[in-house]
Design a protein around this ligand. Structure first.
Ligand code: ATP
Ligand code: MG
Length: 367
């Protein structure tokens, strides 16, 4: 799939701007603070209805404007589909083919995007939360039902935690609701964990050979799912549910003492190993970057497998960070089949072979 055109209205530092893109490589050149990341972000938001760099939608609206709008046309399965996301103080709306979608989870997935930006190094270096966000975004992108379960899970978790806090303070309070919340939580948790296990198996399958390729065969990548319950990855949600039930029964008093939910997908993590050493702890900067890059490139293949079309790739400020070998390896991997956006402050950082095939855009003050 690829994005044919994009129109921004009152989006970040853009007043009104329409751009028609190349279906292969688009290079966006501009000095600092001109609107390169804002443009990449807008494409990302058109896919996910939220930004990769802020949870506060309000920041996306141009200062002093009442609303902000992103419109785009995506070519998918030989059909050109109009998409639209609008932000105002009344919230946000997403339109697919001019029709407003009641649930955002139904809209997400209309367009698939993979973004690789410098902060993605946090996927390896950062907190478990960053890695859970990565898994959730990736699964959600091809399985809207996963977003539904995740939303329900988070809602119930909040209520359950509030109740546990109450019980912690007032040990004689009525605890009948706890069982109800626990059952509801487990229902969603077991589906979430099942989907994560399935995703992990596919992620490994793609990421391992890609990592070997980028590291010229020197490095072997392994990925572990660190679950808060003891369960093997090849079981289905029914089995997972039973394990959760046993576990929650065991730890009820401990949860009340601590006033919080102690197991579940919200406590899980991923661990990356390169040649059997934990990359977060022992990896060099380059090994950490290669790991993050392999995961992102694996995502591209994974989405192709699920959707039948390649996603759109956004490379914000990362191409010039890679050495020539890695840069050309990256471009060979995606060659011709993935619409790619590359931002840079200077054309010098981009390899010749990239430039020769690309459409070049220059951005100055949001134009
Ligand atoms: P760099 O090379 O430093 O990464 P960039 O071209 O990626 O620069 P952007 O992150 O796109 O820069 O930001 C461009 C400008 O947009 C910044 O000066 C920022 O202050 C401005 N900006 C951010 N949010 C808004 C907003 N809501 N309204 C108006 N301007 C905004
Ligand atoms: Mg930027």
């Amino acid at each position: 799939m690829y994005i044919e055109e994009l129109t921004l209205t009152n989006y970040r530092n853009y007043d009104k701007q329409k751009v028609v893109f190349d279906k292969k490589i688009n290079v966006i050149i501009g000095e600092n603070a001109q609107g390169k990341t804002n443009l990449m972000e807008a494409i990302y938001v058109l896919a996910f209805t939220k930004s990769h760099r802020t949870p506060r939608d309000k920041e996306l609206i141009k200062w002093d404007a009442e609303y902000g709008k992103i419109e785009g046309r995506v070519l998918k399965r030989n059909q050109s589909i109009p998409l639209e996301v609008i932000f105002s103080n009344k919230g946000k709306k997403a339109k697919f083919n001019h029709i407003e979608q009641k649930r955002l989870s139904e809209y997400i997935g209309a367009m698939n995007v993979v973004m690789f930006a410098p902060e993605d190094l946090n996927l390896v270096k950062g907190s478990p939360q960053e890695r859970r966000k990565f898994i959730d975004m990736e699964i959600g992108q091809t399985q809207p039902v996963y977003i539904y379960h995740l939303g329900q899970y988070q809602r119930i978790l909040k209520e359950r935690n509030a109740l546990l806090k109450d019980l912690q303070r007032k040990p004689n309070a009525d605890s009948t609701m706890l069982k109800v919340y626990t059952d509801q939580l487990i229902e969603h948790a077991s589906i979430i964990l099942e989907r994560r296990f399935q995703f992990l198996q596919k992620l490994r399958k793609w990421a391992q050979p890609i990592h070997q390729g980028i590291s010229r065969g020197n490095e072997q990548l392994n990925i572990d799912y660190d679950a808060s319950i003891d369960v093997s990855e090849d079981v289905n949600s029914e089995k997972i549910r039973i394990v959760y039930e046993e576990h929650f029964n065991h730890i009820e008093q401990k949860e009340i003492d601590r006033g919080t939910t102690l197991v579940g997908p919200h406590r899980d993590d991923l661990i990356f190993y390169v040649n059997d050493k934990n990359v977060q702890t022992y990896g060099s900067q380059g090994q950490q970057r290669t790991t993050a890059l392999s995961l992102k490139l694996a995502e591209i293949e994974l989405i192709f497998e699920e959707v039948g079309e390649y996603p759109i790739l956004l490379l914000d400020d990362v191409l010039s960070e890679l050495d020539d070998y890695r840069q050309s390896h990256l471009l060979n991997t995606i060659q011709g089949k993935v619409q790619t956006f590359v931002t840079t402050t200077s054309i010098d950082g981009i390899a010749h072979e990239t430039i020769s095939e690309a459409e070049i855009f220059t951005i100055h003050e949001g134009q």
